[in-house]
Design a protein. Sequence first.
Lengths: 309, 555
Amino acid sequence: MTTAFLFPGQGSQHPYMLRDLPAHPVITRTLAEASEELNESVAFWDAESELESTVAVQVCLLVSGVASARLLKEEKAFPDFVAGHSVGAFGAAVVAGALDFKDAVRLVRMRGEWMEKAFPKGYGMGVVLGLSEVQLKRLIDVHVTKANPVYLANINCPRQMTIAGAIPDLRRFMELALANGAQRTELLDVSVPSHCPLLHEVSLYLETELQRISFRDPDIPYASNRTARVLKTGEAIKKDLAWNVSHSVRWHEAICLLYELGTRLFVEMLPGNVLMGLVKNAFPTARALSISDNGMKTAAILVHRTRNN
Amino acid sequence: MGMTDITQTDQTNRSWTTRRDAKNRRMNRVMNITGGRVIPTDRIIEVLEEVLVPGDRVVLEGNNQKQASFLSSALAQVNSAKVHDLHMILSSISRPEHLDIFEAGIAEKVDFAYAGPQSLRMAQMIEDKELTMGEIHTYIELYGRLFIDLIPSVALVAADKADRKGNLFTGANTEETPTLVEAAAFRDGIVIAQVNEITDDLPRVDIPGSWIDLVVEADVPYQLEPLFTRDPRHITDIHILLAMMTIRGIYEKHQVQSLNHGIGYNTAAIELLLPTYGESLGLKGKICKHWALNPHPTMIPAIESGWVESIHCFGGEVGMEDYISKRPDVFFTGQDGSLRSNRTLSQLAGQYAVDLFVGSSLQIDSYGNSSTVTKGRLAGFGGAPNMGHDPGGRRHSTPAWLNMINSDEPLVRGKKLVVQVVETHLTGNTPVFVESLDAIDVKKDADLAIAPVMIYGDDVTHIVTEEGIAYLYKAKSLEERREAIAAVAGVTPVGIKHSPRNIDRLRQEGIVAWPEDLGIRRTEANRSLLAAKNVEELVEWSGRLYQPPEKFRSW
């Protein structure tokens, strides 16, 4: 049996998420590394007011995810696979050994800035519960026009999808979804229409920037967002990191793949527990836990136990 | 010179022992490692590298229960420069390494029957062209082809015990081992068996040593899944309603005496209702006497109450060993007392020799075609299509079979009862009855020759839902068949779109029956009818002979 470490994306952040990290030299070092790259102390980026910017949110999530994995490493708890949701993929790539942490900090900051610039306001994302991917795609095909596009963004679990587009279009579509069998819809507190072709340019910028950075083949296989495949080369991971922002995150499929590959323990890095919930929902026979709910110690013990089984 | 001379010359020049010679060459290469028939555990990879030749057709034992897990792990570690392009034959693609060998280039093509536990990866690897698809078979077709045009060069199988002469004890989990071995052994293939233990003292011989070339003691026992254990705790009132309707409206009505049950809570509920509800209807000794069935723990109360005369099993079930050995009047057992299962023979029996098959499905279309595939997955069939169809060649008559006759034409014959028991919706409010099966998309996506339909509509005689029973064998036209299905399809696309106006006529003619038509009050359907409500009660029914695996113990 194997273990996967999961790295959360936007939505999992909370104020003081970095200052809440356990007191440990490894955490201090990780924060210092990030601060050095940013030329300012990252420790203050997690204030409530700072987290209104997607730039701060994304950088804090990266720092928190990598810090968690490093702390588990101190406890000799290693993953067999890594996967990150959206921006979480950068943390996964760092822990996989494909990308240096400092390079990741710089890239994620730029990613956030480009995303913010691309869509100053009026755009966002929504969540639709209770429809399958096929049903949702059919609704989009039949009802959505080129002039007012709504895109299927993230497939988080079989009946939980997010959509992206301009706010009025999202609202209209969510009403349509409710009239066609959706159980619940909700506008998300996100200002950027991520994971759809509207962010194509951001991907192009990222790709150019990524070309300057040397990637290594990962020590730990990395489950991708865009293709839901396990990637084993640095080049493939580079491509995933550039293009995931303008493509659907096939999260559920990626988790299914890890399950089929023998993963029975999924550990969600700090902060949050959203990804743990998705695993529990889809795989009652797997064990899913989050460091935020279950603590570092429990996680480490279960990782050891899984390895020895 | 005449034709005869040419033929004679050809005959003199041609060797008729190429297969045997090839086998001898391969076996000679490993003689220095094995000495006799026993491969040292730590040298299995070396032996596989010597014995296997690129392009070989290799049958690797693995089904939904027993897995030759030591051999599959070893195969995944061979050097792909030496061993590559294997054509794998797998009953079930279950373990990660079953597909790792394709990623590593060790294997190239696959024929299989079931891939549920690796169904996403299968679909991805086909899309990525990382493996070549042979066919998706049913169990019986796959076993049959092992003797026709998929004859294995090497068979890798699992047994409980072996002696140094290669005699195998496969015991309760004999399953398909004899079939796989026979196909290789008698056509100069090489048979390697992993065993949990090498001993001079075998409880009995299930497969003789002269069929086996090499044995190896595995470092850990072969993987064995308790797949047929259903905890009664999860049986709902709706399962019980469905079970009551099936017993009353099908088993009793058609006098079903021999049958197969699929794996699932619907059928577990039927099994646990026989000693209670079935008894109250006075049906003991009249129905459900002979079974082609795995040793489901939920059968224990029916067995203990004297309902069951015989059960032939496809495989064993973890924890049922002691119970079975104390009930030889019911189960097939060896002189040592333990169960003898045989998947091939039990599948054949379930196909030809029983009155009825009950299964379930994820999707049923408006004509009764059903499928368990969903988009983006390639899962295959296993054995359900074997048992879930009307074998046209059947000759022997039974009351239930004859009861399906619906005309007075001179050559009319009976029909196997093929029953689908489903709730109209799955969890998450997904409708089961759909306009179009996902299987049609899967055919396109995976470039299959035919859509992967599990059970064809024209084989289905009955559909049972919480709404009622559709007696499809009685429908006089395709349109009437569709009306009958729509009548029990509830609030699903099929139920809404084709809602028949004349349900009363369908009920009067007995093409559709509601629970009340069968004398069943919906309010009666509750868990108090279960002969056992949890695993502990099954243990008690068994006289504490049943020893459930850890994960089913809550006490």
